[in-house]
Design a protein around this ligand. Structure first.
Ligand SMILES: [Zn+2]
Ligand SMILES: [Zn+2]
Length: 672
């Protein structure tokens, strides 16, 4: 049989192979010349090659491969690069070379050599570069030649990250403990990151620029903890809690949107899932937000029991692989997974649900929702986006079926004096609601902004241009987006800086001072889906509107709308702005009015979704003169920021051109 096989390099080759199973070879994994390859098609001819098929079931399906090709074409990417980005590392086996002790008895060696051998012995096997880095080339070469050390090749399946970090004390306690720490600002950045994300793997933390030393310091202080297996397997008897089904709605179609209150969305979905299970059909729920996924898993396990299959990076490898192939064997499953699950070979997939409140993009700008939509088309499955406020482009589109679960909480908008943190209304509510759960939101990390009275401006980060944050003792400033840190003096006149506005630290301090900290009051910088609260109080989020970006009105409205979608009784919004029409829409719960107005403006100014916008930072500008684009430029530090407007038709080809330009930094932001 001649096969077309995709390699990690992005190329495909045609090979002749003995395929050992009865079904189609497309989608199977192949071990080929030291790497993991995937069969992506059949070929007319092929060269002889030695191939091994490590699985007895296909790794993914032909439909997934087709959807992948479509998505890659849309974003001007090479499809097989995308394939390898979505390949879970547990399946990405590589043949690796190790050095270990040979059988030769150790005798008559110098002290250094003995030291090397005992080092290797303690580790079993080591990589050549590691041992050479430690002991130098020559002594290692010498021991290899003498035959005390030997090289061997082994297939290595990289271990999935199993260490996860999370805050293990309340925020205020964490901040208290930080006080005694060196590098306090950096450490508090880590605390806020974990507060926002709820938990993160070591890999993620390093990606964000946090060092191992920092992580260790926080572990030692008992501020964060490490977990290996986060998801508890709940009692299977809970599955009996399944409710009687009552079909109230028409079934979801191939293009549907569920929006509004989080509780409403969830109940509606669970009911829908039940009818699929009863018909023996499978569905895939994609959720790219770690903590939300964990909460959902617990809630869904109680309803769907063993029909629920989890595919996420916080499982043990063994369970992950078992579940991966289970979805190919069985029907009538609810498959819940993060991006690591995207290629799983689900049998008889009838519904794809994208759950959550933010776009799921890869670093190269690919929106994974695009892939999932294509996938649903190849399966002929229904497709649903479930989010309090879906992307603007879908909110009003007529060809999409929409169900809105109107949030029932009352919305109260209060004018706040610029120097106030808590208005009387907010304070009174907090004082009185001793039995209710409250969430306090302040859209700013840290203590306050840094302001120079003499020059009259808020100090910006010299590296990335965001507003800097002033430390509580006013001695230093730091940047919460790029990690810059410096002394708190004005870059223009050198005078001392003052605090302006407030961040979450100051809000915590104020609440503590006025009413004390209580367990039923939670502080966050952004509303998160998952938990719901009796009261949600937005103390300060006006700063979203001061971001000079085309979608800041949408950001602001969606921040508020999301806060509303997780409040049960009241949403209190404090603002210093006198007349804010966005809050009028919120007060009237008129999401439609907001969307209409915002879309109209975007259309007039030719902004997404009416055009595509590409943002990138370059050292040297590419020559774009021959391309059908509109470009605007701006200096950012020593880089140049390019904003490129391009219509839908030329989008892929322009992206392809930009990606081929060597000096473009890796991150391309895409707005569609
Ligand atoms: Zn100044
Ligand atoms: Zn910065």
């Amino acid at each position: 049989m001649n096969l077309r096989v995709a390699l990690p390099s992005g190329r495909t080759i045609k090979v002749k192979a003995n395929f050992p199973y009865k079904d189609s070879p497309i989608g199977y994994r192949v071990l080929f010349s030291g790497k993991t390859a995937i069969v992506v098609g059949l070929a007319d001819r092929g060269q002889e090659a030695s191939l091994e098929f490590p699985d007895t079931r296909p790794f993914t399906t032909e439909k997934h491969i087709k959807a992948l090709i479509d998505t890659a074409n849309y974003y001007g990417l090479i499809p097989w690069h995308l394939l390898y980005k979505l390949l879970p590392s547990v399946f990405d086996w590589k043949l690796e070379e190790y050095i270990s002790l040979s059988e030769k008895p150790i005798a008559f060696l110098d002290k250094r050599s003995l030291e090397i051998l005992s080092w290797v012995k303690a580790r079993g096997k080591v990589k050549e570069e590691n041992i050479k880095k430690r002991f130098g080339n020559e002594p290692v070469k010498y021991l290899l030649e003498l035959g005390f050390l030997t090289k061997k090749r082994e297939w290595k399946s990289p271990k999935l990250v199993e260490k996860f970090y999370r805050l293990c004390v309340p925020l205020e306690e964490a901040l208290q403990r930080l006080k005694r720490l060196k590098n306090k600002e950096e450490a508090s950045k880590l605390v806020y990151f974990l507060l926002e994300r709820r938990y993160a793997s070591l890999e993620e933390l390093k990606e964000q620029g946090f060092s191992s030393t920092q992580i260790r310091a926080l572990l030692k202080k008992g501020i964060i903890s490490q977990a290996e297996e986060v998801i508890p397997y709940t009692n299977p008897n809970l599955a009996k809690l399944r409710q009687e089904k009552k079909p109230l709605f028409r079934p979801l179609g191939s293009k549907s949107v569920l929006m509004g209150s989080w509780q409403g969305i969830k109940e509606r979905l669970f009911e829908e899932f039940m009818s699929y299970i009863d018909r023996g059909e499978s569905l895939f729920v994609f959720c790219d937000q770690g903590e939300l996924l964990r909460i959902l898993y617990e809630e869904m396990y109680a309803v769907f029991g063993d029909r629920l299959v989890l595919l996420s990076s916080f499982q043990r490898e063994k369970d992950f692989v078992k579940n991966w192939f289970r979805v190919y064997e069985e029907k009538g499953l609810v498959v819940l997974g993060s991006r690591i699950a995207l290629l799983s070979p689900i049998k008889d997939l009838r519904l794809v649900v994208v759950l959550g409140d933010r776009a799921s993009r890869l670093q190269d700008g690919t929106d994974l929702r695009h892939f999932l939509f294509e996938l649903s088309r190849y399966y002929g499955a229904n497709f649903c986006i479930a989010s309090p406020l879906p992307p603007l482009s879908l909110c009003l589109r007529e060809s999409w079926h929409r169900e809105v679960f109107m949030p029932s909480a009352e919305v109260v908008v209060i004018k706040r004096k610029p120097e106030e943190v808590l208005t009387d209304t907010a304070l009174k509510l907090l004082k009185e609601s001793t039995k209710e759960e409250s969430l306090i939101l302040v859209n700013k990390v840290g203590y306050a902004y840094a302001y120079c009275k003499a020059c009259g401006y808020i100090v910006e980060c010299p590296r990335c241009g965001s507003f800097l944050t002033l430390s509580k003792d006013k001695s230093i400033v730091f940047c919460t987006s790029c990690g810059y840190k410096g002394l708190a003096s004005c870059p223009e006149c050198g005078r001392e800086l003052q605090e302006l506005g407030f961040g979450i630290d100051k809000a915590v301090e104020e609440v503590e001072k006025l009413i004390g900290l209580r367990e039923n009051v939670t502080f966050q910088t952004k509303p998160e889906l998952g938990k719901t609260y009796d009261n949600v109080l937005v103390l300060h989020a006006d700063n979203i509107l001061s971001v000079p970006w085309y979608d800041s009105a949408e950001e602001y409205f969606s921040y508020m709308w999301k806060a509303l979608s997780i409040s049960k009784k009241r949403l209190i919004v404090q603002t210093v702005l006198d007349h804010n029409p966005l809050l009028e829409f919120l007060r009237a719960k008129d999401w439609e009015g907001f969307c209409k107005e915002e879309l109209e403006r975007r259309k007039e100014e030719n902004l997404p979704p009416y055009t595509r916008l590409i943002r990138l930072e370059v050292r040297k500008e590419p020559d774009l003169s021959g391309l059908p684009v509109e470009v605007s430029k701006r200096r950012v530090g020593d880089l140049k920021e390019l904003l490129i407007k391009v219509d839908t038709k030329n989008f892929a080809s322009v992206l392809k051109f930009l990606r081929s330009w060597r000096l473009v930094s890796k991150n391309i932001d895409i707005y569609t």
